[in-house]
Design a protein around this ligand. Sequence first.
Ligand SMILES: [Zn+2]
Length: 249
Amino acid sequence: MPRTTYPQGARRPLLTRGGFLGAAALASALAPASALAAPMSALSQTLTKAERDALSPADILAAMKQGNERFRTGKSTPRDYAAQQRATAAGQYPAAVILGCIDSRVPAEIVFDVGIGDMFIARVAGNVVNDDMLGSMEFACAVSGAKLVLVLGHAACGAVKGAIDDVELGNLTGLLARIKPAITQTDFKGEKSSKDQAYVDAVAQTNVKLTMALTRQRSPILADLEKKGTIQIAGAMYDLRTGTVDFLS
Ligand SMILES: [Zn+2]
């Protein structure tokens, strides 16, 4: 008899310990119930090296889409963070690195429904790149083995509005300057004002694309890993109103 039953019938959720889907998880999902390793481990354990290494960048992207779907529909996975904290104390094998904004409404682990140890998260206002962010992403992929770089912008971004409004304030001035190329490269018909949400979101999307391009330009390490298919560099926009992450093609 299976140790766990799921309300939706015969299909066991394709979850590994960290919530990621992959070849190993698929094999275990298709195995007889008696051969399944701890079906509830998504609650309390974390991604192992073997599980992470078995995933392709496309598997990870698909799992993140599924995780956002769970979050968006109010079906996030319950997690035992204390158990995950203990399980990750000796090592971490995150599958992805996210470059996101500091906005308090866009907590990446929550909107992708992942647990402790699943993702590296680099956050800076306006999700821009600088040498330190590039170094962090190079560490995540080339040293630690993460396979997906996701630049995550979001709707109604205050940093984007600040760049549009030419805000000047201490060190923020220099940070906003990194967003300004997205303003000049955004084709928009209508009032180009920080009060126009469609305009702000269009600039934010351009900013994600420019950040992806700059990452490839300024990091030969990441660009080479992507060319080899070891990693994928992707972009997405998060909608604050719906909780949906839209991946850019
Ligand atoms: Zn923001």
